[in-house]
Design a protein around this ligand. Structure first.
Ligand SMILES: Cc1cc2nc3c(=O)[nH]c(=O)nc-3n(C[C@H](O)[C@H](O)[C@H](O)COP(=O)(O)OP(=O)(O)OC[C@H]3O[C@@H](n4cnc5c(N)ncnc54)[C@H](O)[C@@H]3O)c2cc1C
Length: 537
């Protein structure tokens, strides 16, 4: 495949140069393919390129998040914190791009606006925003599950004359908060990280909260060189554990039920979880915590009590305790002294459920109760998750059918990687794929796609399309796996709801909530059986 076929510019086009796109490029080059990657940003890293807001870091343990594929990379890279901050992860991904000489196939400042399947030629043609185009046999989307930022739908949003930033489009120049009147709108995982950092220096910080989330302590800390040496020795067992756990994290569910232990044992276990780093309270809890209402209510009350103890003003504490959903049914933000921020004299919490924002003005904003003046507004209002980056590209398959139109009728995929009627289109981190500790799932998806393309090449085949019945079977499985999960009864990006995006007000099944090992078992079987679920030609 080293020489492109006449009429084609390359074998495969990859959209996006985050963790997914970089790794897909690396693996496809191994097949001898010519690959071109188109990336909207000016550098590699995806999430870790765009999200430069203060306090940004991941909640996966650093050494469980990095790539696992290269021993040399594992040997030479040192993480400095258990949960690395954004600048470190961006450096890491730049190091990966340099080490494997990936940049020469990546075109930056290149946002793809359309991808059309040309049936007669069996080729994909993408068009960039600036009008350039490129044709290939295969198209891989590596556009990210959380990469389409959304602003709130508030009147006057363009009127504000001060500084205003969305956390997912944070500028590269330093932003200073000293002495400024700052507003943060949004208290999801990102808002929580930004608030606890901005509160350290802002003259005055007003937090506008629509709904509180259940947050637990991150318990981050530095990694000494000696600890890093020990971690290096443990890499095989770290990645083995990530392969075995439900969500590819180091944490995994406790096999006991909440009510199978004595109240004293339960309390002691929960204290231990609350004192443990990372997602332990969410993913390492009793096996019924996310499915049994009573179990969930009991642990929610345990966390509520922690919040009451940490926030001095009981009125503010109650505002910070979620009343509309149980613990872990939405993405759990990880915090470091977040609740204590509300004990500071320079911080105020405003509930925009009680007093909604009416409009943004030239100098601040007005709610139904008050007028506020600000120097700087931070929009921590998140993303049009999972399908948002797909919806922003005009993707058309056989017969000119649009992917967006298809998914309006309900999301259907084969393994979250393919969609019938869109031949040779492969998604890394598409809807209905296993998520969890995402790089672990990315590596699996990328290698599965690489293996399929190698299979096609070996068989002299040029086209793979998912069979509709295979799509239906996978979609049914996804539905079955989502049944009974309390999280699927709650509005969140994990159920496809975003109040700021038109048409995304109703819950849908946007993600696969079975375990990653089950996912891999299914996908491995497809490959081992010669891809009978696909129509190959
Ligand atoms: C603040 C934050 C914290 C997170 N923390 C964790 C965590 O603790 N653990 C975890 O597992 N995951 C976490 N995630 C999820 C994170 O997105 C994934 O871990 C991972 O980075 C996804 O990699 P990706 O390459 O698939 O997508 P991304 O990193 O999102 O990269 C996608 C790239 O595609 C580009 N792109 C999109 N559309 C186009 C287009 N039309 N044309 C050209 N380029 C395009 C984007 O510019 C972007 O660079 C976090 C996400 C955020 C936002």
């Amino acid at each position: 495949m080293s020489e492109p076929v006449p009429g084609l510019d390359c074998d495969t086009i990859v959209i996006g140069a985050g963790i997914s796109g970089l790794y897909q490029l690396y693996r496809l080059r191994e097949l001898g393919q010519t690959v071109r990657v188109f990336e909207a940003g000016t550098g590699v890293g995806g999430t870790w390129y765009w999200n430069r807001y203060p306090g940004c870091r991941f909640d996966s343990e650093s050494y469980s998040y990095g790539y696992s594929f290269s021993q040399a990379l594992l040997d030479e890279w040192s993480w400095t914190e258990h949960f690395a901050p954004q600048p470190e992860t961006e450096r890491y991904l730049n190091h990966v791009a340099d080490k494997f000489d990936l940049r020469r196939d990546i075109q930056f400042r290149s946002r793809v606006k359309a991808a059309i399947f040309d049936e007669s030629a069996g080729a994909w043609e993408i068009t960039l925003e600036d009008g350039r185009s490129c044709r290939s046999r295969y198209l891989v989307t590596a556009v990210g599950p959380l990469s389409a930022p959304t602003l709130p739908r508030i009147a006057g949003i363009d009127d504000f004359q001060g500084e205003a930033y969305h956390t997912g489009l944070w500028p590269k120049h330093p932003v200073r908060f000293e002495g400024k009147r700052v507003a943060v709108i949004g208290t999801g995982a990102t808002g929580v990280q930004a608030i606890q950092e901005i509160a350290k220096t802002a003259g005055h910080l007003t937090v506008f909260q629509r709904r509180p989330n259940w947050c637990t302590p991150l318990h981050n800390g530095p990694i000494t060189p000696a600890e890093m040496d020990a971690i290096r020795q443990e890499y095989p067992s770290i990645f083995q554990r990530c392969r075995e756990t439900a969500a590819c994290f180091l944490h995994t569910t406790d096999p006991r039920g909440t009510f199978e232990v004595s109240p004293e044992e339960r309390e002691a276990f929960w204290e231990q979880l609350y004192a443990s780093p990372g997602f332990a309270p969410w993913l390492g809890n009793f096996r019924d915590m996310l499915v049994d209402r009573e179990a969930n209510a009991l642990f929610s009350e345990f966390v509520a009590e922690k919040i009451r103890r940490r926030v001095r003003d009981p009125r503010v504490a109650e505002m910070l305790i979620p009343k509309d959903h149980g613990f872990g049914t939405r993405r759990v933000p990880q915090e470091t002294h977040y609740y204590e921020v509300y004990n500071q004299p320079n911080v105020e919490l405003v509930s925009i459920l009680d007093t909604p924002i009416e409009r943004i003005t030239r100098t601040g904003l007005t709610t139904t109760a008050r007028t506020f003046e600000f120097d700087l507004i931070v929009f921590a209002t998140g993303f049009d998750a999972i399908t948002g980056s797909f919806d922003r590209i005009d993707i058309r398959g056989r017969g000119g059918e649009t992917l967006k139109g298809r998914w309006k009728r309900g999301i259907t995929t084969f393994l979250g990687v393919m969609v019938d009627g869109f031949p040779n289109l492969f998604m890394v981190m598409g809807p209905h794929t296993a998520l969890g500790n995402i790089p672990r799932s990315i590596e699996y998806n990328v290698e599965w796609i690489r293996d399929l393309l190698a299979y096609l090449e070996r068989g002299g085949l040029r086209c793979a399309d998912a069979r509709p019945e295979a799509v239906e079977e996978w979609t049914t499985f996804v539905k079955r796996k989502g049944a009974g999960l309390l999280a699927n009864e709650v509005d969140s990006w994990m159920t496809g709801v975003n109040q700021n995006v038109e048409g995304k007000q109703v819950r849908i099944l946007v993600r696969y909530s079975g375990t990653a090992p089950e996912y891999r078992e299914w996908a491995d079987r497809v490959a081992a059986d010669g891809y009978r679920e696909l129509s190959l030609s």
